[in-house]
Design a protein around this ligand. Structure first.
Ligand SMILES: [Mg+2]
Length: 245
């Protein structure tokens, strides 16, 4: 991981008010998992594979792909493996399997999930990842066992940064926006969730361990999940967390 200079470190390190929170929603890529896998796949691996399949040089393939990425970013198609499989005439799911050894869980994720389970929080994985990509990552990392529900935005036919997503989500999974925490590395997603009433919102300081951190003053940012770990609850192994009831 890149060393952080003192000046670039976030000024404040907030902790979510855990006793005011019943439901914790996690994004997957860049939040629970290192975004390096996705950046490597789309920026480096796919352009080379596509250039070979097409018999064109890598520079041409890369420019063409990046033009398509710019056009589609923020739409559901951007996240849709079926769309890319058809557009590029390549089996994207199979190609992802070829580099799955690069999928990595970010530090202290499992410790936090275990702790939240002990506190009887409802834990949801809410991702823009296509169901095939979601399954690949859950199989490879084993983190699926910690969630009460895992939902791909493809089920709702909207991306998380699209208007109405968080309201529509209630049809699949009831939650109280006032008592919900969303942790997501995407600024447009956090803004959309805020506009639809989700109260507790945290970003991620360095979603890709191989790239520079993203500084954001609009939402508190998590540097390491260890910093937001809830204190041990004395009744954790017994009854429901009664601290807010
Ligand atoms: Mg993300």
């Amino acid at each position: 991981m890149r060393q952080l200079s003192h000046e670039s470190y976030p000024q404040t390190s907030q902790v979510p008010p855990w006793s005011d929170i019943d439901t914790v929603m996690f994004d997957m890529d860049g939040t629970l998992l290192d975004l390096h896998f996705d950046n490597y796949f789309w920026q480096d691996f796919l352009p080379v594979a596509w250039a070979r399949a097409r018999g064109v040089d890598e520079q041409t393939a890369s420019s063409k792909l990046h033009a398509m990425y710019s056009e589609l970013r923020g739409t559901l198609n951007w996240y849709c493996l079926d769309f890319w499989t058809e557009q590029l005439d390549m089996d994207i799911t199979r190609l992802k399997h070829e580099v799955k050894h690069k999928i990595a869980i970010r530090p202290n994720v499992v410790d936090l999930l275990v702790k939240l389970r002990q506190l009887h929080k409802r834990i949801l994985l809410i991702t823009n990842a296509h169901p095939d990509s979601l399954n690949l990552k859950l199989e490879h990392t084993g983190i699926g066992q910690y969630f009460d529900n895992t939902i791909s935005s493809h089920l709702l036919h909207k991306a998380k940064e699209n208007h109405g997503f968080w309201t529509a989500l209630k049809e699949l999974e009831h939650y109280d926006p006032q008592r919900t925490l969303l942790i997501d590395d995407s600024l447009p997603v956090l803004r959309q969730a805020r506009s639809e009433g989700i109260r507790h919102l945290f970003g991620i300081y360095q979603p890709d361990s191989q790239q520079d951190p993203q500084l954001c003053e609009e939402f508190p940012q998590i540097v390491d999940f260890e910093h937001i770990m809830p204190a041990h609850h004395p009744d954790a192994a017994g009854d429901r967390d009664g601290s807010h009831e």
